[in-house]
Ligand binder design. Sequence first.
Ligand code: GUN
Length: 298
Amino acid sequence: MAHILDGKLLSAQVLEEVAREVEILKAERGVVPALAVILVGDDPASQVYVRNKAKRATEVGMLSIEYRFDADTSQEKLNKLILELNRDPTVHGILVQLPLPSHLSEDEVIAAIAPGKDVDGFHPQNVGALASGQPALVPCTPQGCMIMLQEVYEDLRGKSAVVVGRSNIVGKPMAMLLLQANCTVTIVHSHTVGIEEICRRADIVVAAVGRAGLVKSDWIKPGATVIDVGINEVYEEGRRKLRGDVDFQNVEPIAGAITPVPGGVGPMTIACLLLNTLKVAKEKSAFMKRNGLATEAM
Ligand code: GUN
């Protein structure tokens, strides 16, 4: 029986700490950390994610500003709003919910966000900084996975980790963070030969491909830690259910520790988004203080 890594509980602890620090920033510096979230179109999953992000931000005492655009909105309109938010000293974090409608360029939108306000950590400057071990805003989901892994291991040094999936949002930054923690890292993907065997040798398997139940029990070494990033909508017995990328029912008895879906990595992603927003607000406030500048207008 695996240890179940409870993302709800762990994220609540992180959020409690964020709320405490927000309170201190407000009291000592008059700064209210503010997160601007932009949603384009009416993708139902994105609407749920954006609603949850805004709700949690408000709960920890931050200011949440939501911008909604019709699905046929233009690139120019979106870029214009981002540039305004970049310039607005009262806004600390900017997030554009992905995916965007196909006529819009995600790369262009991400590049328009000021790297210092890029709380998703998707801007090429943050991607490069993470890859070269410099201070960066780190993508939220992989950051959340690392916090969960720290629940299992005091030290990740020398562990063999396999990341299943090579997306810019999860797979690649996840591999970078594991590497930074001195793991031996392998990324496997749709063209990899012998995925099962490679996974079977791993101490840690992080699944982030978006295929329900892909990772089976014979992919997992007994006692290994399994982190499931997938959130897939499936219909079972005529009912809508959320399933991860891992065949939880059959993997759980073999793994040493495992994240459930829902209630695993998902809540950690939002907690890390607010950690990043807090980080931006704290660093800006410290900069202003060092330079004798007032923060009332932030
Ligand atoms: N869509 C799926 N995951 C994410 C995320 O972490 N950030 C944004 N902006 N969009 C997403």
